[in-house]
Every structure is written in structure tokens, then in C-alpha cells.
Design a protein around this ligand. Structure first.
Ligand code: AHR
Length: 496
């Protein structure tokens, strides 16, 4: 008989809200992440709406993308927003110094970005240029976006948008200890306070959350200490609501992990590394707790995901069932830390790193990671419920991993949802769900599974890895879900 792991869900528990913003996306002017992947221009033969690919927009709508971070990344700290407004033919051409010196013709600028957001139903996360830009340039951009009655607002209207835009997140630079600087934590702090002070949101209906730069997985925790200790002593003149954390799963630098064609050892090593996200969040949350015990400043993990061996100018990579398991585990970690984690942006949305979507000219394919994000939609803004289970253990050589993982939540309509992962690449498992005193009478959902650990979708075979109905049986008031090796499932359970 197959092993069983019992998951006890407490339906009366009231955890924090799992912010929908932990399902955020990231679209940088990098490789074909924007040009080709999202933007083809209005004259393209590829079906588009005002230059934005219809196939990509439609696929993203199904993810209910809460926000898109743009225009970078490293590119944000060299981006001048004025280059990307006005008549397309008159826009400035520059080199994208961050990414292979590609010619940036600025066809996709502020108005195109907001049109794209409208088309997919997402909010804006804009990273201001704190690297090569000035305080005034950033202040002007936010005024241009959000004001009414000023010359900049009139210019916005002339460019086609009389109504103010809403900016949900305003990033105060990107990786200022690295590509955005390099600045020491103290240097960043004094610069950041001025950008925060003078970046005024005039759209009172839509508050903006300012997000300061924090550390990445490789170091710079002094940024957390420096920013948060200053925040505790802040004056009326500046404030932040978020601290950015970046953490990639990529092994050594430059990355040498193969995106496909790997075995169980490489799978386990990648999963082990990715689970370090827990310690990374907790280390930073402990520092934040000292200065902000009420949790007013949220952690925003605004870059995370896999980074495999490949061309460092485009960061294009394949995406397998391993990425799907890894995505689920990271989303679970964010949900488990929802008291502090208020946002996250996977890197990146299309054609770059751990993408949702890959495109090639007029063709598009959805990745296993896409399917996980689609399956997890019910967790957006749901209330986390307490779960108890023994994760067991899965060993590969010296690597020891939890065999399974689970999170549960109640959505805004009162429906209960459970996400389950069988991390074990060799053994199937039965997950037995129990709901406190209540008897489960029905359960239904989807499973993402594959026979090979590196199974993936290609333009020729786009449906090798797609969700299928979960295998569920109801036994004595419990729901039993059969999980194949390295599978992810999301099911809803109902009582009578
Ligand atoms: O996502 C690719 C790059 O990784 C981003 O531009 C940068 O912020 C990070 O180092």
C-alpha cells in the first residue's frame, strides 16, 4: 500500500491574509521579456491590441496577475521615463547597457505599460531610477502618472490619458548595492530618504506603497538593518511600506545548473537550495521585528525564481516540472510567512528566467510554472488556515528534504482550499485531508504531474505538462488525494 500523510486542517483558525501580491510578476526590458514577448507593435502580423500580443495577454488574464514590476531590474536604474512617452517615431534610441547593449527604441514606454496592465487586469509596480536618475526625474514621473491640473498631467492627457494612473508600488531603486549603485547601505539610505520624500503620489484614491532596497540571497543584510533602524526613527518627511528582498535559486555564479536533461541528484540540489528562502525571509523578518514589531513594513520578495545556465544577455531558459514544484514550494513559503511577506514577483513573466510563458515569433507556450500560478489563484487574498502534518523525509545522497508540503486557506467566499506538493521524485504518496470535527463530503481540484522530472512544454508539444483533475476519494469524512512523484495539487474541500 502507498504511504499516507495526514494533513489536519483547522477550519476555525484565522491566519493572516495571503496577499494576492505574492503572485506578482516582473517584466524587465531584457532579452525578449518585453520586446517580442509582450510588445510586438501595432503593425505586427502577430495578433495584437495596440501593439500588445493578444495570446500573451489572454494567458496572463487567467492568472489574475495582481501587479507587474517594470521596467527592471538593473534596467530600471538606467531608464529615463521621458524617453518612452510621446510620438513613437520621435522617441530616443539608446543602448540597454544592463542587458547586452541591445538597442532600446523606447516603443514600450509608460502609456504602453499601463495599457498592458489594463489588458491583463493588473496593478503597477514601478521601479524608479535611483541609479543614474535624479530625485527630480523620479518626482516628475510620479507626478506625470498621478496628478491632475499640473503641466505634467496635461502632458499625460495630450499623450492619451487624461485620467490619473494608479501606482500600487513605487520601488526606490533596484539592487543599489550592485547594478543600481554600487552604494553602501548608508549611502543608499541617505539617497533613498530624498527619493522617498519627493516622490509624491497625487492620486489620493489609490495609495502607493514605497519599497526600499534590501538584501539579496548572497548578502547585504546590512541594508535591512540600516533601512529599518532609520525607519524606526523616521520623520514625517519620508516613509516606506515595503522592503525588497531578492533571492534566486541558481547555485554558483555564473549559473551552471542545466534547465533540462538533469537527474534526481540535480533536482534535489535545486530544491534544497530553494528551500533556503525560509531562512532568508526569517533572518530579515527578525531584524524587521526589532524595529517594526507591528509589521507595518512588508517584505516584498520582488525577484525570485530559478536562474539556469544560459546566455547572460537574454536569460532565456526552459522550464520543467522541477520549476513547477519549486514555484509551489516558494509560494507556500510566502503564504506561511504572510504576517510579514506582503508581496513577491517571480523573475520573470515572459521569456526570461523562470517564465510563465515562452514565445517564438507568433508561437506561444505555457510553462509548468504558469500552470502552478493558475492553480493557486484561489489563494489570492485568502485567509491562511492552520495545518498540521508530518512532512516526512526524502533523501537523495546527502540531501535530505521534506517529502511533502501543504498550505490551506479560506477564500473570500468561504471556500476551503489546500495546496499540496509531493517533493519526492521517486515515491507517490496519498495525502489524507481531515477538517477538524467536520466531515469532508466532497473535494475537487487539479494536479500537475509528469512522468519525467524534467518534463516540459515546447512549441511542438505544448501540452506535455498540463493540469489534470485531481485523483480524489472520500473516505470516512476525509479526502484522499493521490500524488504522483514530484507533483503539485490544489483542491477545494467542502463539508455538508
Ligand atoms: O532578473 C534579472 C536581474 O537579476 C535583474 O535585473 C536584477 O535586479 C537581478 O540581479
Amino acid at each position: 500500500a502507498q504511504d499516507t500523510v495526514r494533513v489536519e486542517i483547522d477550519p476555525s483558525s484565522e491566519g493572516p491574509k495571503i496577499s494576492r501580491h505574492i503572485f506578482g510578476q516582473f517584466a524587465e526590458h531584457l532579452g525578449t521579456g518585453v520586446y517580442g514577448g509582450v510588445w510586438v507593435g501595432p503593425d505586427s502580423d502577430i495578433p495584437n491590441t495596440r501593439g500588445i500580443r493578444n495570446d500573451v495577454a489572454e494567458a496572463l488574464r487567467a492568472l489574475q496577475v495582481p501587479n507587474v514590476r517594470w521596467p527592471g531590474g538593473c534596467f530600471a536604474d538606467e531608464y529615463h521615463w521621458r524617453d518612452g512617452i510621446g510620438e513613437p517615431a520621435d522617441r530616443k534610441k539608446r543602448r540597454n547597457a544592463s542587458w547586452a547593449g541591445r538597442i532600446e527604441d523606447n516603443a514600450f514606454g509608460t502609456h504602453e505599460f499601463f495599457d498592458f496592465l489594463d489588458q491583463i487586469g493588473a496593478e503597477a509596480f514601478i521601479s524608479a531610477n535611483m541609479g543614474s536618475g535624479t530625485v527630480q526625474e523620479a518626482a516628475d514621473w510620479l507626478e506625470y502618472l498621478t496628478a491632475e491640473g499640473t503641466s505634467l498631467a496635461e502632458e499625460r492627457a495630450r499623450n492619451g490619458h487624461p485620467e490619473p494612473y494608479a501606482v500600487a508600488f513605487w520601488g526606490l531603486g533596484n539592487e543599489m548595492w550592485g547594478c543600481g549603485g554600487p552604494l553602501s547601505a548608508q549611502e543608499y539610505l541617505s539617497r533613498m530618504k530624498r527619493f522617498s520624500n519627493f516622490s509624491t503620489n497625487y492620486n489620493e484614491a489609490e495609495p502607493v506603497r514605497q519599497v526600499a532596497v534590501g538584501p539579496d540571497g548572497g548578502g547585504f543584510v546590512d541594508y535591512t538593518e540600516t533601512v529599518m533602524s532609520a525607519w524606526a526613527e523616521r520623520s514625517w518627511a519620508w516613509d516606506i511600506q515595503g522592503l525588497s528582498l531578492h533571492r534566486y535559486t541558481r547555485g554558483e555564479w555564473p549559473p551552471k545548473i542545466a534547465a533540462t536533461g538533469f537527474g534526481e541528484d540535480e533536482y534535489a540540489a535545486v530544491i534544497e537550495e530553494t528551500l533556503g528562502m525560509t531562512a532568508f525571509i526569517e533572518t530579515n523578518a527578525e531584524i524587521m521585528d526589532r524595529y517594526d514589531p507591528d509589521g507595518q513594513v512588508g517584505i516584498i520578495v520582488d525577484e525570485w525564481g530559478t536562474w539556469y545556465e544560459g546566455d547572460l544577455g537574454t536569460l532565456y531558459q526552459q522550464n520543467t516540472q522541477r520549476d513547477a514544484v519549486l514555484a509551489a514550494l516558494n509560494l507556500n513559503i510566502f503564504a506561511k510567512h504572510a504576517e510579514r511577506v506582503k508581496g513577491a514577483n517571480i523573475a520573470q513573466m515572459v521569456n526570461v528566467l523562470q517564465a510563465m510563458i515562452l514565445t517564438d515569433e507568433d508561437r506561444m507556450v505555457l510553462t509548468p510554472t504558469y500552470h502552478v500560478f493558475r492553480m493557486y489563484v484561489p489563494f489570492q487574498d485568502a485567509t491562511r488556515l492552520d495545518v498540521r502534518f508530518r512532512p516526512g523525509s526524502y533523501r537523495v545522497g546527502d540531501v535530505r528534504l521534506p517529502r511533502v508540503d501543504a498550505v490551506a486557506a479560506r477564500d473570500e467566499d468561504g471556500k476551503l482550499w489546500v495546496a499540496l506538493a509531493n517533493v519526492d521524485a521517486a515515491r507517490p504518496v496519498t495525502m489524507e485531508l481531515a477538517l477538524g470535527e467536520g466531515a469532508i463530503v466532497s473535494a475537487a481540484g487539479e494536479t500537475l504531474r509528469s512522468s519525467a522530472i524534467d518534463a516540459h512544454n515546447t512549441f511542438e508539444q505544448p501540452t506535455s505538462v498540463v493540469p489534470t483533475p485531481a485523483e480524489v476519494t472520500i473516505v470516512d469524512g476525509t479526502a484522499r488525494i493521490e500524488l504522483a512523484p514530484h507533483a503539485v495539487a490544489v483542491v477545494s474541500v467542502a463539508t455538508d
